[in-house]
Design a protein around this ligand. Structure first.
Ligand code: NAD
Ligand code: MG
Length: 395
């Protein structure tokens, strides 16, 4: 097999770092074309020294200038680019075979969609891309013939539990139900009153996974599971009723597929994102990931119903999926704004679902057709969410 040529969008984030960790274990198997980051210049600099990519992209011009100077001083030949178009360029360059899409939020959408249109093999961590533009993105994948491999641990588990070569027809594959497991996050047993006063530090302290701050807050509100329900809808061509959420606090069973004959196929493992990353990087081969083997002795597996009253974001996501049209894009955008505000200390944890409902209730009644329509809905939802949060601040 020829070496895969990789661009990693969001290289400085948790998924990016884990991806480079797996890549470093396989000399000669992967080469790095481009690494990108938003703000962490020093981290991207160190990654460039180690992996020697052709290009490094920083979102801001000032950060790009700083990185360029550091690299020149270190006599590293990596060329530095800046801005959003540069993200698209390094995701779609002809040399690139494989894109790791690991930017957080809808900011990752344009470059990831462009790579799908260009027929790249896409390793998708950036679930928000599918939430915002599910139909458009899957159409692009099918039209270009691009391979799409999930990085989210649950979706990797489902992918691994479906028949090899699954073609998007769940009925033909004999599947009744997709069981999406959820850890329940740090507030699994907390009351709504207790949750109202939590700090960002409490919210990002996930019991089982080390993740970026936004997805950690989403896990605490269970919006992460809601986004994953929508992600599963598109990845596996499932109807909302075929996707069920099961709280499993140990995060050992990463998700399950229930077949017509009563069989349930699951994928288990130590909670470590290098497993789904290595699965996607190596597919169809199984490659070393550096993950500790699962030790089931002495562990117990528990399961609970999700509580939609204490975790209204999960209900909002199911509702948005059923509504369709702009609703998932609006849900996502309002959530991004509210999570940012919460992390900045500008609103309470309990304000997050309120901001999302506020935007959803005012969403334009139309079916998204183009990327521009979706980005416009995203923009309007952000404004609505900000207005809602501002009104609460003043009150
Ligand atoms: P993170 O916050 O650790 O990293 C995000 C990366 O995106 C960084 O490299 C950052 O520089 C870059 N970035 C942020 N904003 C940007 C912008 N506006 N433009 C360009 N680049 C930007 O996040 P993460 O935990 O690595 O998550 C990345 C994605 O993977 C998210 O969509 C998340 O939902 C998904 N995911 C993460 C995990 C996990 O365990 N961390 C698991 C499943 C899925
Ligand atoms: Mg997940």
């Amino acid at each position: 097999m020829n070496a895969q040529v990789l661009t990693i969008l969001g290289a400085t984030g948790t998924i990016g770092v884990n991806t480079l960790d797996v890549v470093a274990r396989h000399t000669g198997r992967f080469s790095i074309f481009a690494l990108t980051g938003a703000t962490q210049t020093e981290k991207l600099f160190q990654q460039c020294l180690q992996f020697r990519p052709r290009y490094a992209v920083m979102t801001e011009q000032a950060a790009a200038d700083e990185l360029r100077q550091k690299l020149a001083a270190a006599k590293c030949g990596t060329e530095v680019l800046a801005g959003r178009q540069a993200l698209v360029d390094v995701a779609t360059a002809p040399e690139v075979t494989t894109l790791m899409a690991a930017i957080v939020g809808a900011a990752g959408l344009p470059a990831t969609l462009a790579a799908a249109k260009a027929g790249k093999r896409i390793l998708l961590a950036n679930k928000e891309t599918l939430v915002v533009s599910g139909q458009l993105f899957m159409d692009a994948i099918h039209e270009s013939g691009a391979a799409l491999l999930p990085i989210d641990s649950e979706h990797s588990a489902i992918y691994q539990s479906l028949p090899m070569g699954f073609d998007g027809d769940l009925a033909k594959a004999g599947v009744n139900t997709i069981w999406l497991t959820a850890s329940g996050g740090p507030f699994r047993t907390w009351s709504l009153e207790q949750m109202a006063g939590v700090t960002p530090e409490q919210a990002v302290a996930h019991p089982n996974w080390v993740m970026g701050r936004k997805i950690s807050v989403d896990s605490a509100s269970m919006m992460n599971k809601g986004l994953e329900v929508i992600e599963a809808r598109w990845l596996f061509n499932a109807q909302a009723d075929q996707i069920r959420v099961l709280v499993h606090p140990q995060s050992i069973i990463h998700s399950m597929v229930e077949y017509r004959d009563g069989s349930v196929m699951a994928q288990l493992g130590t909670p470590d994102m290098r497993t789904p990353i290595a699965f996607a990087l190596g597919f169809p081969e199984r490659i070393e990931a550096g993950v500790s083997p699962l030790d089931l002795l002495g562990s117990s597996l528990q399961f609970e119903q999700p509580d939609y009253k204490r975790f209204p974001c999960l209900q909002l996501a199911f509702d948005a999926l059923r509504t369709g049209g702009f609703a998932p894009a609006v849900l996502n955008a309002a959530n991004e704004v509210a999570v940012d505000a919460f992390l900045d200390g500008k609103c309470g944890f309990g304000d997050i679902p309120g901001a999302i409902s506020h935007a959803l209730e005012r969403l334009p009644d139309a079916s998204p057709l183009t990327l521009e329509d979706l980005l416009d809905a995203d923009h309007r939802a952000r404004t609505l969410a900000r207005e809602y949060l501002l009104a609460r601040e003043v009150a």
